[in-house]
Design a protein around this ligand. Structure first.
Ligand code: MSP
Length: 525
């Protein structure tokens, strides 16, 4: 058998300075949907996620909690791992930057940069502003002034985070030497950064001139030691970005995984960290002589009731609360349906209930429930054998067989999952309309054979729907496909085919509702 094409996708790795929230959950679901879509489309997929555990932010939070950094990281990292289960993520690995494999990879990339381009790393002194919350350096010209309640003045980063003045001995990376190569990259590979607005943002940032960046710290020690200098730990972003190659076995670039999966197809990250992924990361890789990833996709932010999530506002939503209130698949569906490609999205309880009820309970759920109940009651519980298809039957079947998957491929290639779902739901709406128009309950009295054909067509459309909704609502899709007795190895896109239609004559189990209706007064998350 020919080897499958491969696909490597990663999420940002989350800082372990607090418990996971809705924003983290959104990014991980987004990436999971892409990974599942690609698997269904015949790819061998590697999906990596994990936790970012070094740096001053984590060290300070551990201290504030009276814990050693490692002990604290172990605790919080487990919560992120648990979020994977909670949301049914299909990641193939979970990386922690405190693992030995990652220390090895981080040291190796540092050495590779030094070996390939000895002038690109040099020792100097850093004197400037640092935001611990962003783990980022900022120039004076980027800052604004703030005043606290006691009238004390302080400086703020563009992200709104306070900055502190840092002076320390530091190794620098000669980023300034990479501007031309980076601009050429954005020009020759326009989809390296998407959506376009982000590419424009990064292009102007690089055009405005790149400064060399500090890549080591000396005033704390929670990090990967710099090879050959025990007074320094690596700047957390150099170590964090390296996770993408640690996860496939770097520094052993001859191992199967690395050869198969590098360069990565997609790094999925939030819009706040594109500078690191689209400027620093490709420059580090160029310097180390390692191929560049193919694409960075920047998603927007999830707000809650129109407001940015923040501890001080008290509107931080925990993924667990959503799953408890709406269910796992419902949460996944909601986030994928509500957020447009690369844009910020909003979460509100009222809207969530409306959306879940209209699309899942009344839309797909009702279609499945009424079709399977009629088969169960009126056809001796067996999928009926169809007689000849008429034009309406053929039109509906063609929509399912011929047009759906090609349209989904186009939307999913750009991670436009809201549009992919709209496309799928056009078929759900069409099929529900077909039920109403054909009225199989009336045919039960007048024309049993025709009723059998109508129910067969519907069951076949449900089979197709069950297959294509798997990336979004995997558990419910599995229930739908199990009710139709579809074998596990017959559930990928290649089975969406008019030559591989549902068998007839076999018995189905008593149908069970897949998507319960929610009451609108159910506890707000
Ligand atoms: N540790 C870095 C990433 C290193 S990747 C080599 C980091 N961590 S984070 O925990 O602050 O954020 C992790 C991811 O969650 C980022 O991609 C970030 O954009 C995303 N989000 C954080 N809050 C978010 C929302 N409110 N909405 C959507 N995504 C958000 O940055």
């Amino acid at each position: 058998m020919a080897a499958k094409p491969t696909f490597y996708i990663t999420t940002a790795i989350d800082y372990v300075n607090g418990a996971p929230h809705l924003g983290h959950a959104y990014e991980k679901i987004l990436t999971d949907v892409m990974a599942r879509h690609k698997r269904l489309d015949g790819f061998e997929v590697m999906f990596l996620t994990g936790t970012d555990e070094h740096g001053q932010k984590v060290a300070k939070t551990a201290e504030a909690n009276g814990k050693e950094p490692k002990e604290f990281c172990d605790e919080i990292s487990l919560k992120f791992r648990a979020m994977g289960k909670l949301l049914n993520l299909s990641n193939d690995d979970f990386i922690r930057t405190t693992e030995p494999r990652h220390y090895e990879a981080s040291k190796a990339i540092w050495n590779a940069i030094k070996d390939n381009n000895p002038d690109d790393i040099y020792l100097d002194k850093y004197a400037g502003w640092y935001s611990v919350r962003d783990e980022a350096y900022f120039g004076e010209d980027e800052l604004s002034d703030g005043v606290d309640s006691e009238g004390n003045k302080f400086k703020l980063a563009p992200t709104g985070a306070p900055v502190e003045w840092v002076e320390e001995s530091s190794y620098f990376f000669r980023l300034s030497a990479y501007a031309d190569r980076l601009l050429k990259l954005y020009q020759t590979q326009p989809d390296f950064i998407s959506p376009d607005t982000r590419r424009n943002e990064i292009t102007s940032f690089v055009k405005s001139g790149l400064q060399d960046i500090s890549i080591s710290r000396t005033n704390f020690n929670w990090g990967v030691p710099v090879p050959g200098d025990k007074n320094h730990v690596m700047y957390v972003w150099l170590d964090a970005l390296t996770n993408y190659i640690t996860g496939i076995g770097y520094p052993d670039m001859q191992n199967d995984k690395f050869k198969k999966f590098w360069p990565a197809d997609f790094h999925v990250v939030g819009k706040d960290i594109i500078r690191f992924h689209c400027v620093y990361w490709p420059a580090f890789l160029m310097a180390a002589g390692i191929e560049l990833p193919k694409r960075v996709f920047a998603h927007g932010f999830i707000n809650v009731n129109g407001q940015k999530m923040s501890k001080s506002v008290g509107n931080v939503v925990a993924p667990q609360d959503l799953v408890d209130t709406y269910g796992q698949d419902q949460t996944r569906y909601l986030l994928m349906r509500e957020v447009s490609h690369g844009q910020d999205g909003n979460f509100s309880h009222e809207y969530a209930v409306q959306r879940i009820n209209s699309d899942l309970a009344n839309g797909l759920g009702n279609l499945v429930q009424r079709t399977l109940s009629m088969i169960y009651k009126n056809c001796d519980g067996k999928v009926p054998k169809p007689s000849e298809f008429n034009n309406e039957d053929r039109a509906l079947l063609e929509m399912a067989h011929a047009k759906l998957v090609p349209a989904l491929r186009i939307e999913c290639a750009e991670m436009r999952f809201n549009r992919a779902l709209e496309t799928i739901w056009k078929l759900v709406i069409e099929a529900n309309g077909y039920v109403d128009a054909q009225a199989p309950w009336a045919l039960n009295k007048t024309d049993k054979a025709r009723m059998g054909t109508v129910l067969y067509v519907l069951a076949e459309v449900i089979r197709v729907l069950g297959i294509v909704v798997q990336p979004y609502v995997p558990q419910s899709a599995a229930k739908i496909l199990a009710q139709l007795k579809i074998a596990e190895n017959e559930r990928d896109y290649s089975f969406v085919d008019n030559k591989k239609m549902l068998r007839s004559g076999f018995e189905i189990d008593p149908p069970e509702g897949v998507f319960p209706r929610l009451e609108s007064n159910e506890k707000a998350a």
